[in-house]
Design a binder for this molecule. Structure first.
Ligand SMILES: Cc1ncc(C[n+]2csc(CCOP(=O)(O)OP(=O)(O)O)c2C)c(N)n1
Ligand code: SF4
Length: 350
């Protein structure tokens, strides 16, 4: 295997709205195992950022620890990144976002990173509705430490070593919906066609956007008996919808109706166009989504697509009424506005 990524690209690669080719969004060669689902998710993030014409320096990638958390080293090489501590990505993302709300924040985590050591951080970042895209690359095991079962491994599933998992699985998508996450999607690393528009919609959603992506670990959890293997997922996947994302259109307020299609308008006028496949499911009704997820679980199916969306909720900046200007853009005059103004502020507290 070569450890040098070829630099050559076709000279006529298509350019996006800001004049960049996809090369500007790629990163160095991945050192993950060949065939790891995580690399496909990285490729989907690169594609989504290219298509959204986001300026790479306006993106921050923050991760915890694990093979999944290593991936930000291999995509968006011109963006900011912070590979933090196991399970602590959300608090680092919160700090970064509080100091600069003008960036797109990608939080990248694994099922071990989010559903065990980082569970406390996961639930609280949802509760606070931080404006970020939170991606869990979910392989049902701790890949980096050689494949121990994680808390999302399904009860009864078999590890490569042959042991049966006796514990119930934590369903991160259901949990996120229960906790009030305003955007929850689920996908499969092998389905770029579905994943790319989901990531684009999540980037434009103002508030917490959670994407649980089933991402097989080819080295430790791709065996018969695993419910996170490529074969199992391909046989049990069930899409709620197909979707398309249309950025910055004039606001359309059409509501969901009898037909098979739903349009969801985001804050900036962008549109998520959903073509419903599941009949008894409404992505804007929490109860309907919880029901659909439970039904799927009973049938051992993995429901994918944009599961739930609510565009009405205040994100953390809105709730706290934070300063509009990124802290690094504040001048000395902004920070020390003078005695008179300080006196006015102080008297407001008396
Ligand atoms: C505080 C701490 N505890 C334990 C570990 C060991 N450790 C490293 S990665 C990992 C789990 C990774 O699993 P997951 O988040 O699912 O990522 P994957 O490697 O499967 O993508 C663990 C337990 C650590 N690095 N730090
Ligand atoms: S050990 Fe598993 S999760 Fe880690 S890089 Fe290899 S295939 Fe991917």
């Amino acid at each position: 295997m070569s450890y040098l990524k070829p630099q050559f690209r076709h000279p006529k690669l298509p350019k996006n709205k800001i004049g960049y080719t996809i090369k500007e969004y790629e990163g160095p060669l991945s050192t993950l195992c060949a065939g790891c689902g995580h690399d496909s998710i990285s490729a989907a993030i690169v594609q989504a950022c290219f298509e959204m014409s986001v300026e790479p320096h306006k993106v921050a990638k923050i991760s915890g620890i694990g093979c999944s958390s290593k991936t930000p080293s291999y995509f968006l090489g011109n963006s900011h990144g912070f590979n933090s501590v196991h399970g602590r990505m959300p608090s680092v993302a919160t700090g970064a976002s509080m100091s600069n709300k003008d960036m797109v924040y990608f939080g990248v985590s694994g099922d071990g990173d989010s559903a065990s050591i980082g569970m406390g951080q996961f639930v609280h970042v949802i509760r606070r509705n931080l404006n970020m895209v939170y991606i869990v690359m979910n392989n049902g095991c701790y890949g980096l430490t050689k494949g121990q079962d994680s808390a999302t491994a399904d009860q009864g599933s078999k590890s490569k070593a042959g042991s049966i998992n006796p514990f119930q699985a934590i369903d991160l998508a259901s949990l996120a919906i229960e906790l009030g996450a305003p955007f929850v999607a689920q996908s499969f690393s092998g389905d770029k066609q579905q994943l790319v528009p989901i990531i684009k919609a999540a980037m434009h959603h103002k508030g917490f956007a959670f994407i649980n992506v089933i991402s097989p670990c080819v080295t430790f959890n791709n065996n018969a008996g695993s419910t996170k293997s490529y074969d199992y997922v391909r046989q049990h996947i069930e899409a709620t919808s197909t979707l398309d994302f249309v950025p910055e259109m004039p606001a359309i307020t059409t509501k969901y109706d009898q037909g098979k299609s739903t349009k969801v308008a985001l804050h900036d006028g962008s549109i998520i166009q959903l073509n419903k496949l599941a009949t008894d499911w409404n992505p804007e009704d929490r109860l309907s989504v919880v029901n659909a997820l439970q039904q799927a679980r009973l049938k051992n199916e993995i429901l994918t697509g944009l599961l739930y969306v609510n565009t009405e909720w205040n994100d953390l900046h809105g709730t706290l009424n934070t300063c509009k200007t990124p802290l690094n853009k504040l001048t000395e005059k902004d920070l020390c506005p003078g005695e008179e103004i300080l006196e006015g502020i102080n008297s407001g507290f008396r």
